[in-house]
Design a protein around this ligand. Structure first.
Ligand code: F6R
Length: 363
């Protein structure tokens, strides 16, 4: 039942505050047991983390690399499942293998987990939206996101709830390793509980995002840029845009612009920047200046307190608050809305984009 919505994707975008609240339901404290009865023993024995996923889920996993390294202080590798399974990787048996998948049926993810096990890595954890899936059966530990059934082919609520699960994993690993004080635990839990509210406020920016989509939908190419833990958000924004609007979009870590893609920038090449108020903002600002100086039109998603103002060639939408380590979750929402409205204006089949399937059960 679509209710007031035109497409499932739109409905699922607006369900995200509920999906995140459900995923957090009943979690009053951080503990490894959120991931299974034996998780404390497993987490205590690992010396590194390997995240395996495909597509959008791979972008969630990439975000987790930034979190786990900075908060739990463990080395992290993130691999596209279809690459990992055919690579002669060298990894310690004490690696925690985390497979991230909405469906839990993606053939390459299942194949990659099998390869990891054959290599002697028995510490496996599934982060999955389907409790009865093959992936959950294959992994020793699991966390089930409570996004609910996702119908739109382009993943939205599954992605943001994966991020919530990966943040809980980060905090649990940090706790086992003595890197999380009680104060920090309380502060992170408070921020997590406030997320649904903060997300609703970001979704309320839809009218301004529609105005931008009307410009972007007429373009054939769009660049997305971000830095640090918002680089994966830019990747996700470009993937969503390609997938449902069929506009060619690419994402770059903003510091890479001058190493090649800046050559593409002209008045015809809009650049969408994910620009939260973090310690990389000044660096990003200089990357944006490089674009502006070459006539590129910037569409900047900033935070309320960022000091970035609109200027000739620079449009700015401000999110309502800066959200610390959870900021990628908030900044993902405008990416989804931008792609959705660009696609809507182009009249594509948003819930069933051409050539794609919801669950990729073949290689
Ligand atoms: C992007 C998207 C796909 C999936 C990918 C992995 O919007 O939906 O890229 O993320 O096919 O699927 P799961 O998460 O089911 O393994």
């Amino acid at each position: 039942d679509l209710g007031p919505y035109r497409y499932y994707m739109q409905k699922e975008i607006f369900e995200q505050p509920r999906a995140v609240a459900d995923t957090l339901q009943g979690i009053d404290s951080i503990m490894p047991e959120l991931f299974g009865d034996t998780a404390w023993r497993v987490f205590n024995a690992v010396d590194s983390v390997l995240l395996l996923a495909c597509g959008g889920s791979f972008h969630a996993a990439l975000t987790a690399k930034y979190w786990i390294e900075s908060i739990a202080r463990l080395p992290v590798q993130v691999e596209i499942a279809s690459e990992f399974r055919y690579r002669d990787a060298v990894l310690s048996e004490n690696t925690l293998v985390v497979a991230v998948s909405q469906s839990g049926e993606t053939a390459d993810v299942l194949g990659a987990v099998e390869v990891a096990k054959q290599m002697g890595m028995a510490k496996t954890l599934a982060i999955c939206n389907v409790a009865t899936s093959a992936l959950v059966r294959e992994c020793a530990l699991h966390f089930i996101t409570r996004a609910g059934i996702e119908i739109g082919v382009a993943s939205t609520k599954a992605f943001t709830t994966q991020l919530v699960a990966l943040f809980l994993l980060t905090l649990s690993l940090a706790q086992v390793r003595g890197k999380l004080t009680d104060e920090e635990e309380k502060e992170h839990l408070r921020a997590l509980r406030h997320l649904p509210d903060a997300m609703s406020k970001v979704l309320a920016l839809e009218p301004s995002i529609i105005a931008w989509s009307e410009v972007l939908t007429r373009k054939e190419n769009i660049l997305f840029v971000g830095r640090g833990m918002h680089y994966p958000v830019a990747l996700e924004g470009a993937l969503k845009m390609k997938e449902i609007s069929y506009i060619h979009a690419e994402a770059y870590a903003a510091g890479e612009l001058k190493h090649g893609p800046l050559a593409l920038v002209s008045a015809e090449m809009p650049v969408v920047a994910v620009a939260p108020n973090d310690r990389l903002l000044e660096k990003l600002r200089s990357n944006m200046h490089e674009v502006n100086a070459r006539g590129g039109k910037l569409f900047v998603f900033a935070d309320v307190d960022c000091g970035l103002s609109p200027a000739p060639g620079i449009e700015v939408i401000r999110l309502v608050e800066h959200y610390g380590p959870l900021s990628p979750i908030l900044h993902t929402l405008p990416m989804q809305l931008l792609a959705y409205h660009a696609a809507l204006a182009r009249g594509t089949d948003i819930d069933k984009p051409r050539n794609l399937a919801k669950s990729v059960t073949v290689e």
